[in-house]
Design a protein around this ligand. Structure first.
Ligand code: IMP
Ligand code: MG
Length: 179
């Protein structure tokens, strides 16, 4: 285990189970609908790739980079679109794939954006939900795993751009982000 990790939240095997369950949930809803799956980069990259490969339904994929943190562990409250989609979402069934819903600002921003651009429907799937930290009244339609007020890293999730390539998800030692 990485020396900066206090404890493991999800092992690789547990992640795989959560992803498989989310894929079943999505397959039921999107068969025959040609959905557009959007990965909110960078945090959702691992989850996104595993999720679409676990699905039976053919999907189209697009990517958007949204940044809300700078280098810290608190959301700035104003998620910034660093890289926009290539696809036109008008009349599309959009599925937004997020790593984690924390304050909810990112999700709220995406929801407004997609409805403003005329998406036919908008569904959100998140690997993690951190409900204790919510600042706006919003929820992912499907969340794989609920966690308390801990800062987690790995499997795409970072702290200051580090730890994204850990194959598991763990709680980061406080001394790392409080120093
Ligand atoms: P929001 O606060 O709901 O807008 O979430 C913004 C983004 O912050 C998420 O998509 C994650 O990329 C990131 N984030 C929130 N909590 C954590 C965490 O515990 N570890 C790593 N990234 C996080
Ligand atoms: Mg994110």
């Amino acid at each position: 285990m990485n020396k900066d990790i206090q404890s493991i939240v999800l092992t690789e095997a547990q992640i795989k189970e959560k992803v498989a369950a989310a894929a079943v949930w999505l397959d039921k809803r999107y068969e025959g609908k040609n959905p557009l799956f959007i990965s909110v980069l960078k945090g959702s990259v691992m989850f996104f790739c595993d999720l679409v490969r676990a699905m039976e339904t053919p999907v189209q994929m697009d990517f958007m980079t949204v940044s809300s943190y700078g280098a810290g562990s608190e959301s700035s409250g104003m998620p910034k679109i660093v890289m926009d989609l290539a696809a036109n979402v008008k009349d599309r069934h959009v599925v937004l794939v997020e790593d984690i819903v924390d304050s909810g600002y990112t999700l709220q921003r995406m929801k407004e954006l997609m409805s403003g651009r005329g998406a036919a429907s908008f569904t959100t799937v998140a690997l993690f939900d951190k409900p204790a930290r919510r600042k706006v009244d919003i929820k992912a339609d499907y969340a794989c795993f609920e966690i308390g007020d801990e800062f987690i890293v790995g499997y795409g999730l970072d702290y200051a751009q580090q730890y994204r390539n850990l194959p598991y998800v763990g709680i980061l030692k406080r001394e790392i982000y409080e120093k």
